[in-house]
Write a protein that binds this ligand. Structure first.
Ligand code: PLP
Length: 227
């Protein structure tokens, strides 16, 4: 099932790429989100070509990563607490969820102590949803310049979790706005490379609007069991 689901997702991404404006030519990186799924499912996805894995919680991720028989690129996509920063830096290739100066500085310090340059994305709360992670759009420029000034952080791009609208098409203007922000930041910061947006219910629209990294769980692994 995972094999067929992966094939369907990759095909949908190809179709969405063809529906993009012609100036958008980026390839799209698929990050398979394995939270609440077993290490066997993770392994099956990897055996079928997945190169990039996304997890939300550090503890769960580390238990599963240690059982893998192959090296994969590891993405931390969930909210990061400052007391978990060191473990995050030690084990993840790309942290998607930097959303405050305080967190950026904590990740920078941890990276310094581990002698690592940590790749990060800045997560934006573009729809200004209450109780959602992500930096307020008004504070984005300031946060980006803080990240830039951190010697052990490398700013790799922007990340969005779109709101859960009743109609998924309602996400489109936000995705379009994110793409414009991404283009602008790319001109200012040459290390910027990724626009991380699009999950199971909205990735086709995200890719059509310029996402070049999608984070997909349910469409690959089925519904999560939270028991
Ligand atoms: C869980 C999660 C995903 C994947 O969600 P699906 O709807 O299962 O595709 C993507 N991004 C983040 C930040 C997540 O927490």
């Amino acid at each position: 099932m995972i094999k067929q689901n992966l094939r369907d997702v990759l095909e949908n991404i190809e179709i969405a790429k063809h529906n993009r404006p012609s100036n958008i030519t980026d390839d799209v990186l698929l990050v398979a989100v394995t939270k609440n799924h077993s290490v066997e499912q993770m392994q099956e996805a990897i055996d079928n070509g997945v190169t990039d894995i996304g997890e939300n919680r550090i503890q769960e991720a580390l238990e599963k990563f240690s059982a893998l028989d192959r090296n994969v690129t590891k993405h931390l996509i969930g909210h990061l607490q400052t007391n978990k920063v060191k473990q995050a830096v030690k084990h993840f290739d790309l942290i998607h969820s930097v959303d405050s100066q305080r967190l950026a500085q904590a990740v920078d310090r941890a990276a310094q102590s581990l002698n690592k340059v940590q790749d990060v994305l800045v997560q934006i709360n573009l729809a200004r949803e209450e109780s959602k992670s992500g930096v307020d759009p008004d504070q984005l420029d300031e946060l980006l310049s803080t990240v830039k000034d951190c010697t052990n952080l490398k700013l790799k791009g922007l990340m969005l979790i779109a709101p859960n609208y009743e109609q998924v098409e309602q996400c489109r203007p936000l995705f379009r706005q994110m793409y414009r922000l991404f283009q602008r930041q790319k001109e200012i910061y040459p290390t910027v490379e990724y626009l991380s947006m699009g999950m199971t219910h909205d990735y086709k629209i995200a890719v059509e609007e310029g996402a070049n990294l999608v984070r997909i769980g349910t469409a690959i692994f089925g519904a999560r069991d939270y028991r």
